[in-house]
Design a protein around this ligand. Structure first.
Ligand code: NAD
Ligand code: MN
Length: 432
């Protein structure tokens, strides 16, 4: 019997993960789900938690849903700990989006300087959680969603004794697009070999019915097949470049490949409809009104508007595959261990892995093409430095990390952004 603890339980995504456990209850006997939140999230926890209770009751499965603000208590006897929290709540995200824009740099939740700020706030908290886990449930798996997912996963890999796998829904969406592009009935008929980093992942090879169909999929993508996530504007691609690449880029690649266009779009949106964080804040308010309905006992359709869909379901499938040693292939964040020969062994990569009872075993990629190697290495170096800076509260390392990032234009700009980030997040930066 399994006990699952979800940290950040008040998240609007929680109904999807509950649905995922209900669907799999025959093979994944989850007996207890504990939703953990903090004082500031208490109201959301109550609303979402009560919906979760109604869902489980309606499904008539043998499982309890428990709500708490006491993390240590919830961790006792946990088999899996799922982290989906947001340090500083949505207002911090909105600041992350706005600070870089002041200096004409991309302002985004996970990519560039915004993601850097989120990492600085999140790393002390994830280390605290792991310290608790080391004492209370040292054998539990940590399934991390918390963004920046790759950086957070690497932090846990390098600085704790906890077993961790990081997850994102972007590879799932890319896999679905690839299947649609070749006219497959489901994504299970198509194999995509993913390699890269979180939010910088490429579908390097795509196979269908025993054939390499990568260029066929790429052709569809460059000719306008819809391919983005809720949070990223559909901007098309530079055809010649993507065709030469002959890989499936991820929607976040637009920040690097179409920086100017993306920046203009962000500046325009910030002035008119608001940043993505500001929009999501409104969508969430409406969602929580829907969640309050005492007659609602399932995941409401409106959750799709929120973005991030399939990622909770992916988490359930991942937990299922670990628990039942299913050895299915999923794309997750795990220790490189030589799978990508152009990156250090001890860093986190996002790649296709076999999911076993012992964890994720990455499929081998070897050396990557020169067309993607440079960006891959520079972003990984940025991530490594960011983790060091966040752990030690090292201002110079932080400046170095931001300066290196391709979406931050220079050390001059990096310093200004860094000073704003520290000043405006000081309540969440005990290390600085
Ligand atoms: P949210 O703002 O709803 O936050 C979720 C909950 O976390 C809130 O109820 C909040 O009170 C709580 N929280 C904040 N600090 C906490 C702490 N120290 N301990 C426990 N709980 C805490 O956020 P969301 O939009 O649901 O997203 C949650 C996280 O998941 C974010 O980091 C987001 O970036 C990430 N996310 C990841 C993916 C992915 O594919 N990897 C997709 C969507 C969202
Ligand atoms: Mn993601």
């Amino acid at each position: 019997d399994l006990k699952i603890t979800i940290i950040g339980g008040g998240s609007s995504y929680t109904p999807e993960i509950i649905e995922g456990f209900i669907k799999r209850h025959d093979t994944l006997p989850v007996k207890e789900i504990w939703l953990v939140d903090i004082e500031e999230g208490k109201e959301k926890l109550e609303i979402v938690g009560n919906l979760a209770k109604r869902m489980v009751k309606k499904a008539q499965i043998d499982c309890t849903v428990n709500l708490t603000l006491d993390r240590k208590d919830a961790l006792k006897g946990s088999d899996f700990v799922v982290t989906q929290f947001r340090v500083g709540l949505m207002d911090a995200r909105i600041r992350d989006e706005k600070i870089p824009l002041r200096y004409n740099c991309i302002g985004q939740e996970t990519t560039g300087a915004g993601g850097f700020a989120k990492a600085l706030r999140t790393i002390p908290v994830i280390l605290d959680i792991c310290k608790d886990m080391e004492k209370i449930c040292p054998d539990a798996w940590l399934i991390n969603f918390t963004n920046p997912s790759g950086i957070i996963t690497e932090t846990v890999l390098k600085h704790t004794n906890i077993k961790v796998i990081g997850l994102c829904n972007v590879p799932v969406l890319m896999h679905m697009v690839a299947a649609e592009a070749v006219g497959a009935k489901s994504k299970d008929e198509v194999f995509v070999h993913f390699a890269g980093l979180n939010h910088l992942v490429w579908g390097r090879k795509i196979y269908y019915q025993g054939k390499d169909v990568t260029s066929q999929v790429v052709e569809k993508i460059v000719n306008g097949m819809k391919f983005t996530t809720r949070n990223i504007a559909e901007m098309g691609w530079i055809k010649e470049q993507i065709k030469d690449l002959n890989m499936l880029p991820c929607p976040y690649h637009r920040y690097y490949y179409l920086t100017y266009k993306m920046l203009q779009e962000e500046i325009e949106s910030a002035k008119t409809i608001g940043t993505r964080g500001e929009i999501v804040k409104k969508v969430e308010k409406e969602l929580f009104e829907i969640y309050k309905d005492p007659n609602l006992a399932e995941k409401p359709k409106q959750l799709e508007q929120r973005g991030g869909q399939y990622y909770s379901d992916a988490a359930c499938e991942l937990i299922n595959s670990i628990y039942n040693d299913k050895r299915i292939i999923m794309t997750v964040n795990t220790r490189n261990n030589g799978a990508i020969a152009d990156l250090p062994d001890d860093v986190a990569i996002e790649t296709s892995c076999v999911i076993t009872k012992q964890g994720a075993i990455p499929l081998n990629t070897g050396h990557v093409e020169v067309q993607i190697r440079g960006l891959l290495q520079v972003i990984k170096a940025y991530e490594e430095l960011t983790i060091e800076a966040a752990i030690k509260g090292d201002y110079n390392k932080a400046l170095q990390a931001l300066t290196m990032h391709p979406l931050v234009t220079s050390a001059e700009v990096a310093k200004k952004i860094l000073d704003d980030i520290i000043k405006e997040n000081i309540d969440y930066l005990p290390q600085f």
